[in-house]
Design a protein. Structure first.
Length: 67
């Protein structure tokens, strides 16, 4: 279960970015693994422009592969 109002460390943000880039885990799966909300993962994805979903839930393209 996530902890509301808790800030993520830089290491946690970088791990989320790596999971977005290098795995096929869904946003919900990443949120469960990291103990945060779905919206946190979506926010990080948008901020760092990692995955582009083009209106689809289960298909995406990587935008930022160079990390």
């Amino acid at each position: 279960m996530g902890r509301q109002g808790r800030s993520l460390t830089e290491e946690q943000v970088q791990k989320i970015i790596r999971l977005l880039i290098f795995t096929d885990m869904t946003i919900c799966d990443i949120a469960k693994r990291m103990g945060c909300s779905h919206s946190v993962i979506v926010s990080i994805n948008r901020r760092f422009r990692v995955r582009h979903y083009a209106g689809m839930r289960r298909e995406w393209t990587l935008l930022n592969q160079g990390q």
